[in-house]
Design a protein around this ligand. Structure first.
Ligand SMILES: Cc1cn([C@H]2C[C@H](O)[C@@H](COP(=O)(O)OP(=O)(O)O[C@H]3O[C@H](C)C(=O)[C@H](O)[C@H]3O)O2)c(=O)[nH]c1=O
Length: 361
């Protein structure tokens, strides 16, 4: 792994991965290709360790010419593909962009890798790897008590976002089987941690609770996610790049499965402990139950026995300490928050989203 193309490296997980790689791998040079859509920001790349090994290029994976030039100009030997539209609510109000970026963009990237790496005899340059970052949402929804998803679970996506990621996973496997492209895939559970865009549950609730704004829980708030601290996720990806077998898929989860209500209550309690007492009393009083997300998946959970047994990875962050680190980061990074808030798309989305949901209780 010498010249690593990270797509979507100005986003939440991608920028955390770049930091992780620069800290843990002395040799890797990173080319970060990011379109800087609403969720990507150069603020995520401030103060990188060993900055000289990071090159930023603004560009879109839906443009094949951009991709061909990046592979040629930078002699890319490894791809770690994060670039995607990721917010389920946005996929419900506007699926088009999800298909363009997540499906067409992934296929373009697979084509570019194949063109750059495949020799005339059909063999590939040695040591090349295409790693695809995916999600446990491709497996659909679990009921309470059902066993967690694993690598054998059938695909059953239910949101346009999940369907687009399922399609991208199928394409990556198709390029392995049809063209021999050396691929690996990870399907991760819900990430949280520093630099996450505040449209997602945890950062939205932190910022609203700090400001005394309503905390909108969808439906009954009893949905379950499997929360994975982003640095644990980055470690898992690095582990798969180092030790994972070509053609294989690995599930990555956090083994923390509280209800959404418990997560939000815990955030409120930590802020009550850390900040001066609010005039309205406990921050839990800000919780409002609002109309549910259409087709809301009840529960996700990822079985991690394969990656644990075969590659020796397991998450190390427990939810309470991970949440405390995350909340501390948001409290200490007001400049980052202001830069996100200044984005016109952020304001428009928050207004539209709050307007759409009626407060039920
Ligand atoms: C924003 C928001 C969310 N929620 C609920 C909806 C979900 O049950 C849970 C988490 O929602 P969020 O939108 O943060 O994430 P998911 O829909 O679970 O999907 C996330 O995790 C997977 C793995 C990905 O692959 C997605 O890219 C990622 O966005 O909280 C609320 O109750 N209120 C809110 O205001």
């Amino acid at each position: 792994m010498q010249n690593v193309l990270v797509t979507g490296g100005a986003g939440f997980i991608g920028s955390n991965f770049i930091r992780y790689l620069l800290n843990h791998d002395n040799a890797a040079h990173i080319v970060n290709l990011d379109a800087l859509t609403y969720a990507g920001t150069l603020e995520n790349l401030r103060n990188l360790p060993d900055e000289g090994r990071h090159t930023f290029i603004q560009g879109d994976i839906t443009d094949p010419d951009t991709l061909a030039a990046v592979f040629t100009d930078h002699a890319i030997d490894t791809v770690v593909h994060f670039a995607a539209e990721t917010h389920v609510d946005r996929s419900i109000t506007g699926p088009q962009r999800f298909i363009q970026t997540n499906v067409v963009g992934t296929m373009n990237l697979l084509d570019a890798a194949r063109q750059a790496w495949q020799k005339p005899d059909g063999a590939y340059a040695s040591g090349v790897r295409f790693h695809h970052i995916s999600t446990d949402e491709v497996f659909g929804a679990l009921a309470a008590g059902e066993p967690a998803f694993d690598e054998q679970t059938s695909y059953a996506p239910r949101s346009p976002y999940a369907a687009s990621k399922a399609a991208s996973d199928h394409l990556v496997r198709a390029y392995f089987h049809s063209f021999g492209l050396p691929v690996t895939i990870t399907n991760c559970s819900n990430n949280y941690g520093p630099h996450q865009f505040p449209e997602k549950l945890i950062p939205l609730m932190i910022l609203n609770a700090v400001e005394g704004k309503p905390l909108p829980l969808y439906g009954d708030g009893q949905q379950i996610r499997d929360w994975l601290y982003v640095e644990d996720h980055c470690e898992a990806i690095y582990c798969v790049l180092e030790k994972g077998a070509v053609g294989e898929t690995y599930g990555v989860g956090g083994e923390n499965q509280p209800t959404n209500q418990t997560i939000v209550e815990t955030i409120c309690d930590i802020l009550d402990e850390w900040l001066p007492k609010a005039s309205f009393g406990s921050r839990r009083s800000l919780i409002h139950y609002v109309s549910d997300r259409p087709g809301h998946d009840r529960r996700y959970a990822m079985n991690i026995e394969k990656i644990r047994k075969e590659l020796g990875w397991q998450p190390s962050e427990d939810l309470d300490s991970g949440l405390r680190k995350t909340i501390a980061w948001y409290l200490e990074n007001s400049a980052w928050i202001e830069s996100i808030r200044a984005k016109p798309d952020f304001q428009a989305w928050m207004e539209e989203n709050y307007g759409r949901r009626s407060v039920l209780a």
